[in-house]
Write a protein that binds this ligand. Sequence first.
Ligand SMILES: C[S@@+](CC[C@H](N)C(=O)[O-])C[C@H]1O[C@@H](n2cnc3c(N)ncnc32)[C@H](O)[C@@H]1O
Ligand code: SF4
Length: 399
Amino acid sequence: MITEFSKKMIIKSAQKAKYRFQKTPEASLKENYGIYIHVPFCIKKCSFCPFYKEIFRKERKNYYLEALLHEIRQKDISGKPSWIYFGGGTPNVLSIEELQKIINTLQEKVKLTEIGIEVLPELINTDYISDLKSIGFTRISFGIQSLHENILKNNNRIYSNPDKIYELVEAAKKNDFWVNIDVIVGLPGQSGETFLEDIKQILKFQPSQIATYPYLFFKNVTAVSDMSDKRQFELMEEAGKLLKDYHRKCIWIFSKEDKISDLARDELIYDYVGFGPGACSTYGKWKIVNPELDIYLNNYRNNVNYSLVALKNNKSNDWRQFARMINDLKCYTDKKNYPAYLNLFIGILKLSGYSKNNVLTKKGLLFAHKITKSLVESLPSPIRNTSFIENYAEYKNAL
Ligand SMILES: C[S@@+](CC[C@H](N)C(=O)[O-])C[C@H]1O[C@@H](n2cnc3c(N)ncnc32)[C@H](O)[C@@H]1O
Ligand code: SF4
C-alpha cells in the first residue's frame, strides 16, 4: 500500500509538467553543473530502447555536427564543469576526429574535467579506445545488455562476442579508463538463468562498475517484458551475492570503488546543460528539452534557438530529492531540506520497517527499486509523448 501511494505521488507530481515550445531561456553556468552531449544516431534501433535517436546517415550526422558546435559556442558556460558526458543514441558512431572537434569547442569555453562516453562495443576496436584516451576521455561505459546472441537478436540489437568485449575492456583498463558495464534484467526473452550467467561472465572482465538496470518500459517501445518487478529485484540480489568484490552503492549499481557514475542519479542532483537534439537541461527555474533533429537543424539554419521549456515545480523537486535519497539506499528525515509532509511520510516508512538507522532494510530496498523504476518510467518526455507539449501545433509547424 505504501509503495502504491508513493508511486502515485511521484507520478502525479512528475506528470504535472507542461512544456511550451518557445525561445530557450538564457543560461549562465559557471560552477557546480554538468554538460551532456547527445549523439542521436544508431546503426540499428533496439526494440527495447526509449532514447531519442534515428538511423545513422552520414549527411545528417555532418549537419548535426555543424549545428552542435554552433549551439555550444552560443551558450554562456564557463569555469570547470563537474562532469561532461557523451550519451545517445550511440556516441561511438562518431570518429575520433569528430569527437575531438566537440571537445575542442567545449575547451574554448570551459576547463576540461572527467569526460565520459557510452559505447556500443561492436563498432569499435582497441585503437579507438586508446584514441579516446588521448583526446581526453576518462570514463567509458560499455552497453552490453546481455551476452546471449539469441536474446539480443530477438530485440533487434547488434551482438558482440564476449571475447571481443573482454579485449575492449582490457584495453580500456590499460589506458586507465574508469570502466562501467550496463546490463539489463528483464529483457523480453531473458530468463533468470541467462541473466546470472551474464553476471558470472562479466565478473571475469572486472570492470570498475556494473549497472544492472531493470527493463524499463516506455510507451514508445515495442518490446514487452514478462518479468515482474519483484523477480527483477530478486535477480539483482542474486547478482549482488556473485559480485563479491563489488558493493551496492545505488539501487541498481555495483561498484568496486567509492566513485560511482550514474547519470540518472546525477540528473537528480546537479544543474546541467544538454547539447544536441533531444538533450535535456535543468538550470535556474527551468527544465528544457531540445527539439528533435529537424527542428534543431532549422534552429541552426535560421539562427534562432527554440526548445521545449517547462517551469520546475516545488512538489516534484521534493519527490526527486526523496527519490535520490532512496536511490542512495538511505532513508532519514531532514527538517532543514524536506517539507513537513515528506518528513512525516519518511517517519511512517521507518515505523513500517522500511529503514533502520537511516539506511534502507531489505524490505526498503525492494520499495526503492519499485519507486525508482516508476519515477524513471514516468518522467515526462515531451519528445516521447507530445501530449506534454502545451502548444503542440506550433511545434508541429516548426517541423
Ligand atoms: C544509449 S544506451 C548506451 C549506448 C549504446 N547505444 C548502447 O546501446 O550500447 C544507454 C543504456 O540505456 C540502457 N537502456 C536502454 N533501454 C533501456 C530500457 N528499456 N530499460 C533499461 N535500460 C535501458 C542500456 O543499458 C544502455 O546501455
Ligand atoms: S540501446 Fe543503444 S544502440 Fe540500442 S537503440 Fe538505444 S541507443 Fe541505440
